[in-house]
Design a binder for this molecule. Sequence first.
Ligand code: UD1
Length: 423
Amino acid sequence: MAKLIVRNSGPLHGEVKISGSKNAVLPILAATLLTEDECIIQDAPALRDVEVMNQLLMSLGAKVESDLENNIVKVKAEGEISCEAPFELVKMMRASILVLGALLLRSGRALIHLPGGCAIGERPIELHLKGLRALGAEINEQSLAKGIVDAKADKLTGSTIYLDFPSVGATEVIIMAATLAEGTTVLENAAQEPEIVDLANYLNKMGARIKGAGTDTVKIEGVDKLHGVDHHVIPDRIEAGTFMVSAAITKGRVLVKNMLPDHLKAVIAKLRECGVVIENTDEGVIVDGSQNTIVSTDIKTLPYPGFPTDMQSPFMALLTVAKGPSVVMETVFENRFMHVAEFNRMGANIRTEGKCAIIPGGRQLHGAPVIATDLRAGASVVLTGLVADGTTEVSQIYHIDRGYEHFVEKLKALGADIERIDD
Ligand code: UD1
């Protein structure tokens, strides 16, 4: 099994360029199924999850030309599109569910075997299904009880849908399905993440009529047809946040290029509360952890524009060494503290109680064998490895490959002592 070996690296210095957003490119790739024309997706990050989405599109009958070295994916979903998403791909990536709406529109049926819960929580899809039902899809309840989504619809019709929770995936699936439905759909309590705005911009370029993406009410007027477009994906705000923390935790100074600070307001505010100096320049965002003592702060994860759950574990890495105690409250996922055991193996001494983690802070961490328990947790134990005494050995790094483009190379360029060992 491949591993990362991380050693105490001293302050990181230099510049890093942020890649295209994983969570934006996945729904956008799913939406390429909504037209028979060719779509060109630029700034697609070279990630395992993008490869899996490409495979999924191909398995459904789309022609995919993937040049991830140059961050370009071209998709042409001409002719007949299969309605069944293969289980081998769905189980590798839960975001496969994003094709649900497109399959219904293209084939009148969508058949997807769900993989069940994952490390960070149950990840139900009842909100996606509630939305599709409201648009006129029939969901086979017996199949659903066995973990198979079998949805059918001769046509979809606009409707008003209220989401009980602003689920990112449900918002994306419903927006996609509503673009080609008959009439107008109003989606209330929609998720407001920047990735939703990017998806809506992409769909609008294709000819969709979507208003209000990025607010809690999205209005979609159905159109008859969508056409091919060329689209650049937005930069990855979670990758940007992770590199901001890498500068802070090592007391370094890093210029983060190609990040959109507006997408990271909560993270920037919290880093400033910790004493990190952050300056916006024409070239990018300078993150300086060397000016002040890094002090503790409390974090509560929330849907956007609140503090992102995907930044919870990277930020907790910083809080393990910050001066003073902190409380981290996770409200988005029910089981997203798997990384606590790994931090504790390194001497962090964190206690969890329900939704909260209590972090004493001010620890000198020590290197240990640790596990990348999920994607963001994987990046987080690398961050703690950079400031721990001795050597940290990170296993199960396929999680990191799913979501961080050239992570090791980018860290090395900043002076990190990190190497990858492939078996
Ligand atoms: C997306 C992101 C993921 C991020 C998450 C929250 C992608 C590919 N992934 O995941 O990185 O951590 O948003 O910002 O974009 N929920 C329900 N019922 C549903 C759907 C969701 O209860 O039908 C709950 C989930 O259990 C979870 C919460 O809502 O507790 C957030 O899930 P959701 O916003 O749907 O996340 P994803 O779209 O899966």
